[in-house]
Design a protein. Structure first.
Length: 883
């Protein structure tokens, strides 16, 4: 019995203890539920607080499900079947039957309870104190840079090894080489490190290599007035990039015992972003700005390693392991060092990446954006991304739920700001919270600058005595996008090989150059701040400089017109010879006295220089035969011969003859074309000359009038006042048919009223045939001698000449009606006392005489009148009356 009683007692005790434990446990659960606090917290400090009282969590639940522009979508659920739900907002509002999700503002208190037919459950409350919105850690352009040969890579966006921090003092190297930068007095921005210009710098440690590329993307805060270093490790060695006091970017490397420097054509501007790179491959040192080459130096060797363990530094000129001055005042977005020389294409790729990461301006065709979330998300697609001024391309999930990559394509002529924006669409975190709206903007400029020239090409002549010609043109550069960064031009003789150096110009200001012969071109190197180069006038049209070859008559007449010699080609000189009375043309010569280089007519001239070619003359030598014709000359009755030059004057003593008076010398008629030049026997085949109205003109042979000392007869030619339209007022025609390469003189003695003029005409005298007057053409009202010369050409058609007509104009007006709008009229009469045409082509003509024989024969007469006539231009004409 004791044992049983004892067992009963033990059982009671145990049961009592168990019941008490259950009661305590229930009380703990109730108390825990009543004061439970659920906090959904994100790293951005945004929290959503839930407070629940007096009801089990699995019976009724109030849940925010989304967030859109300040509104929260709320859902209330229960695990109790058959019960309805009522809720109210804030304490003093009315209870409302729950029918589905609804929207509320932030910081709203919600109360809810279950309702049965005869029962209302306890109230559940939740207070919405803030909303949890999923924010990306960063959305930015991805630095798609070259990795081959990379020593260190610093990125202002991913400054902390793939993510961004504003408090770090170590700039993490993204190359995985551990070349981190130690920051002194720098301040972080969204995608850059700010340098204060007095103490800020970054120590990258010792970095040396024989061949190298260093680069940086930066923006100066102010216009530099003194040197400011961007990146380098100078120490009587090494090299780097800096801005000088003239706002030029300088690449400077110590190679083969000296610093080698390249100066940019671009001048930096405050708050403008630049990507600068310098490469050295052992043979060429090259500087690039915004992906565009600025210049190069051909130099062989290696880069001397920096002395004293001098570090590579950003923002200062290092002194060993410390800062040495020349501080940079501005922002640095990226920096990199390679142990090899990048190609021009690789430099351009890095420039596009650096400028895009800095927010532009960039002219990249494709821009890659990375979107990194600070917690895992679900359902993130391109529908959650809105792109303006660009086209969405490939979309890649790099890390599941955390990192995404989007490529956006720009248009060919885009010039605006591209925006990538994230919106709350179907993407949430594990708690159902949506995406906070976030955006990234990049300035896109794919429109090249333009250049115009006031004079774009043309032909220019170098004159004799000069080796160049001055050419001037005005360049005008403009840009509608990021602005012009560099204005360069160069003259070149090739339009396919780009110049290696450039001169700077100011827009709308003339440039002048002294150019030598050949084709010359203006190249322009106009670049905007996005790296676009002007192509509108990248290469001008040809400025073709030619050489003048001038022909100097050197006392003669009829030299060819100036020839133009094209650089590098052969010039065939004209075969036309000038003429000079009493002289024979010998040659052309580069010196007036004939001591220079000689050229024959039709010869080849190949010199690339302007020149004056002088006519060189050989004076003719003549034989003059004098026949005393039965008289005595210098004590002899024999014919006497004189040999003389054209310029010589031979004085001949008058012969004597018993019973006779010397009447003068008569020239034999060998060179004349008519025997009745003074109309003793008729009109000498001379007819009236008119083409249009024969009735307007009359020609008659009459006895001589006062003043006619040539002969006893003359021709009277009268225009009766009837309108005459061609030629002039009409005249006379002594027709002479000509031949090739001949020289003729038409001499006539006539009286023409004052105010009228003689002109000559012809039908055809061959190609290059010419005429010229040897005497004045104007009438004086007295008998005067008139003469003109005819030179026939070497080829072509040969007809007749000897046409003489009157006109009121000194100008040779063939058809006044056509030229001046009216026919010539006038009652005018001319008297013709003598007319003849002479062939003076032969070398034996002349001696001061118009004759073909050169023989003077004495004329003897008793009381006969002899006229001696002197013609100008060293030519004497003896006209002798008949015996």
């Amino acid at each position: 019995m004791k044992d049983k009683q004892k067992k009963k007692s033990d059982f009671f005790i145990i049961s009592t203890i168990l019941i008490m434990l259950i009661i305590i446990l229930l009380l703990c659960i109730i108390i825990g539920v009543a004061f439970a606090k659920y906090i959904f917290n994100e790293t951005n400090g945004v929290q959503l607080h839930f407070y629940e009282y007096r009801i089990a969590e699995d019976e009724i639940k109030i849940s925010p499900e989304g967030y859109t522009t300040g509104k929260v979508t709320v859902t209330i659920t229960t695990v109790k079947p058959g019960l309805s739900i009522k809720y109210k907002l804030e304490d003093n509002s009315e209870w409302i039957n729950y029918t589905g999700p609804f929207n509320i503002n932030e910081n709203t208190k919600i109360s809810a309870r279950l309702v049965a037919e005869n029962f209302e459950g306890p109230i559940t409350e939740k207070e919405i104190t803030n909303i949890d919105k999923v924010s990306p850690t960063i959305i930015n352009t991805e630095s798609m840079y070259v990795t081959d040969g990379l020593v260190t890579r610093l990125d202002g966006v991913n400054n902390n090894g793939g993510r961004h921090s504003t408090i770090i003092t170590t700039w993490k190297d993204l190359s995985n080489n551990g070349k981190n930068g130690t920051i002194t007095d720098g301040r972080w921005g969204e995608n850059y490190l700010q340098f204060n210009g007095t103490s800020s710098w970054v120590n990258l440690g010792v970095i040396n290599s024989d061949y190298q590329t260093i680069e940086a993307t930066f923006s100066p805060n102010v216009v530099p007035t003194s040197s400011q270093n961007i990146i380098g490790n100078w120490e009587s060695s090494g090299g780097g990039i800096y801005i000088d006091s003239n706002r030029r970017i300088i690449a400077n490397y110590y190679i083969e015992g000296a610093y080698r420097s390249i100066i940019s054509k671009v001048k930096v501007v405050a708050n403008q972003k630049y990507h600068v790179a310098v490469t050295y491959d052992g043979t060429n040192l090259i500087l690039y700005v915004n992906g565009v080459e600025q210049g190069r130096i051909a130099i062989s060797g290696i880069i001397k390693s920096a002395n004293n363990s001098t570090v590579m530094a950003l923002g200062t000129n290092p002194n060993g392991t410390t800062a040495g001055g020349d501080y940079f005042n501005g922002k640095i977005y990226t920096a990199a060092v390679y142990n090899k020389a990048l190609t021009a294409e690789q430099v351009k790729k890095n420039a596009d990446a650096g400028k895009a990461l800095a927010g532009g301006p960039t002219n990249a065709e494709n821009i890659t954006y990375t979107i990194t979330f600070n917690e895992k998300v679900e359902g993130f697609t391109t529908d959650d991304i809105i792109v303006t001024n660009g086209t969405k391309g490939s979309f890649t999930e790099v890390t599941a739920g955390r990192v995404y990559r989007l490529v956006v394509t720009t248009s060919a002529n885009q010039n605006n700001t591209q925006t990538v924006k994230l919106i709350a669409n179907g993407c949430t975190d594990s708690s159902g919270n949506g995406i906070e709206e976030t955006r990234k903007a990049v300035v896109i400029d794919r429109v090249a600058p333009t250049v115009t020239l006031s004079t774009n090409g043309g032909t220019y002549n170098i004159e004799p005595g000069s080796t160049t010609v001055a050419i001037s043109t005005t360049l005008v550069a403009s840009d509608t996008g990021s602005g012009v960064a560099g204005l360069g031009y160069a003259w070149a003789t090739s339009n396919s090989t780009e110049p290696s150096s450039w001169a700077e110009f100011t827009s709308e200001t003339a440039i002048t150059a002294l150019l030598s012969g050949g084709n010359n071109y203006i190249w322009t190197n106009v670049i905007d701040n996005a790296g676009n180069r002007a192509t509108s006038i990248k290469t001008s049209s040809s400025f073709n400089v030619i050489y003048d070859v001038v022909f100097d008559n050197n006392g003669g007449t009829g030299a060819p017109n100036t020839h133009n010699k094209v650089h590098g080609t052969e010039l065939i000189l004209s075969s036309t010879n000038p003429t000079k009375a009493g002289y024979t043309f010998k040659e052309w010569n580069t010196k007036v006295d004939g001591t220079g280089t000689s050229y024959a007519p039709g010869a080849s001239y190949t010199q690339d220089s302007a020149v004056t070619l002088y006519a060189i003359w050989t004076e003719k030598t003549y034989t003059l035969t004098v026949n005393p014709n039965g008289g005595t000359l210098e004590g002899s009755t024999a014919t006497k011969t004189y040999t003389m030059k054209y310029s010589d004057v031979q004085n001949i003593v008058e012969p004597t003859k018993n019973g006779y008076t010397f009447a003068g010398w008569r020239e034999l008629s060998t060179g004349m074309f008519s025997d009745d030049s003074n109309f003793a026997n008729g009109t000498n085949s001379i007819v009236q000359y008119t083409n249009i109205n024969n009735n307007a003109l009359t020609l008659t042979r009459e006895s001589k009038t006062t003043g006619n000392t040539i002969g006893n007869y003359e021709l009277k030619i009268t225009n009766n006042g009837t309108a005459q339209t061609s030629p002039g007022l009409g005249g006379f025609l002594q027709r002479k048919y000509c031949e090739s390469s001949k020289k003729y003189i038409h001499v006539f003695v006539a009286k023409l009223p004052k105010g009228y003029y003689f002109h000559n005409a012809y039908n055809s005298i061959g190609n290059e045939g010419t005429t010229r007057w040897l005497t004045p053409q104007e009438g004086t009202g007295e008998f005067e001698t008139y003469a003109y010369e005819v030179h026939t050409g070497t080829t072509g058609e040969f007809k007749n000449f000897g046409h003489v007509y009157m006109s009121k104009s000194i100008t040779n007006i063939w058809n006044p009606e056509t030229i001046i709008g009216e026919a010539e009229t006038g009652d005018v009469t001319m008297y013709l006392a003598y007319s003849n045409i002479f062939d003076i082509t032969s070398d034996n003509t002349g001696f001061g005489m118009i004759d073909g024989s050169g023989i003077l024969t004495a004329e003897w007469t008793v009381n006969q009148y002899t006229v001696e006539y002197y013609q100008g231009n060293n030519t004497t004409v003896l006209l002798v009356s008949p015996l």
